[in-house]
Write a protein that binds this ligand. Structure first.
Ligand SMILES: [Zn+2]
Length: 348
């Protein structure tokens, strides 16, 4: 079967390779790969050498944002041939640490977890793949191909879940929510905020193109101004840019009892000029919370499928701005100006 493989850090090795079909040891459910979504991590693996191939291999099968159709599943597994499914990316460490022991692999403490398409496990960029039923999530038939957005949606489903849990330290009636960054993660975070009935504002740098349009169409307000000119103090911030200066600027602008969730990682390394005492005072005197969130647990994949089912599917379809056939998958990693989410078609 064909698979999208690369030796991390060697972009010239990115190719379609014939590899063995997955053996039963990788899970009892056999899946036909339909689509994979491309994200910044795939670019980092290919170009910058992030990522770890499976033991004994130089190359890794790339991609962790999946959509597939079940070809074969044992009776009683909860899955049947024809089901649309998404694979869960992270697997608990073999030790296991206390969170992994309790299936909270997204909170792994010792870093020995594995991840499909990123860390020591082959990814979903193949004509067929296998997974244990426990690490599969069913996609509603009405969502169809847009189920490829489930994994990025699970990341913001988790961010929202813990933002609300921290907000509920006291009466939680958020008036205004701010999402920073209008990439796929930010747009999906905005979509969830609107579904929750909040007044959602999205801040990004671009002043034209598809991103401001998508923000307006989902029912949120778009800003390209400096944070100081927003004109309101957000009760919650879902931060999706990873830009350090923006993060620290926004901490001082949170409303009382405000909660800010960081989901982005910056690649920049310049030092910030931060008034630590003012920051400390601000957080203490206003009961402020700033927390980080990575990856997702199974309940957040399940929430993601609910959010996608409830979403406007025409709007979701507009997030997929480019579709690349498998044979040309390396071109999916090249950024075009108006790209939001690029997908690779494993059946073409
Ligand atoms: Zn662990």
């Amino acid at each position: 079967m064909r698979a999208c493989t690369v030796t991390p850090g060697k972009p010239s090795t990115a190719s379609v390779e014939e590899i063995a079909e997955p053996s039963a040891e990788f899970g009892e459910v056999l899946v036909q790969g339909l689509l994979v979504g491309v994200c910044g991590t795939d670019v980092e693996i290919t170009s910058a050498g992030y990522g770890w191939p499976p033991p004994g291999h130089q190359r890794i099968v790339l991609f962790h944002e999946s959509l597939g159709r079940v070809l074969d599943a044992p009776a009683g597994s909860g899955f049947a041939a024809g089901d649309l499914v998404v694979g869960i990316v992270r697997r608990p460490d073999p030790e296991p640490c206390p969170p992994c022991r309790d299936d909270h692999w997204d909170f792994c403490r010792n870093g020995k977890y594995t991840e499909r398409g990123i860390k020591e496990l082959d990814g979903f960029g193949a004509e067929q793949w296998r997974a244990p039923a426990k690490y599969l999530v069913k996609v509603d038939q009405s969502v169809g191909e847009l189920g490829v957005l489930t994994e990025p949606t699970s990341v913001v489903a988790k961010a929202w879940d813990y933002t609300e849990q921290l907000g509920r330290r006291t009466t939680w009636e958020p008036q205004r929510v701010l999402v920073t960054g209008a990439g796929p993660i930010g747009l999906l975070a905005a979509m969830i905020g609107v579904q929750k009935g909040h007044e959602v504002h999205v801040l990004d740098r671009v002043t034209s193109g598809i991103k401001p349009e998508l923000v307006q169409q989902v029912g949120a307000t778009y800003h390209s101004s400096a944070p100081a000119e927003l004109g309101f103090a957000p009760d919650a911030v879902i931060e999706c840019t990873g830009v350090g200066t923006l993060v620290f600027d926004l901490v001082s602008r949170l409303a009382p009892n405000g909660v800010m969730c960081l989901t982005g990682i910056s690649t920049g390394q310049h030092a910030l000029d931060v008034d630590e005492s003012a920051l400390n005072k601000q957080l203490v005197l206003s009961n402020g919370v700033v927390f980080g969130s990575v990856n997702a647990g199974r309940q957040h994949y399940a929430q993601a499928t609910d959010y996608l089912r409830a979403a406007d599917h025409d709007w979701l379809a507009r997030l997929v701005t480019r579709r690349v056939p498998m044979a040309e998958w390396p071109t999916a990693l090249e950024r075009a100006p108006d790209d939001v989410k690029v997908v690779v078609d494993l059946t073409a």
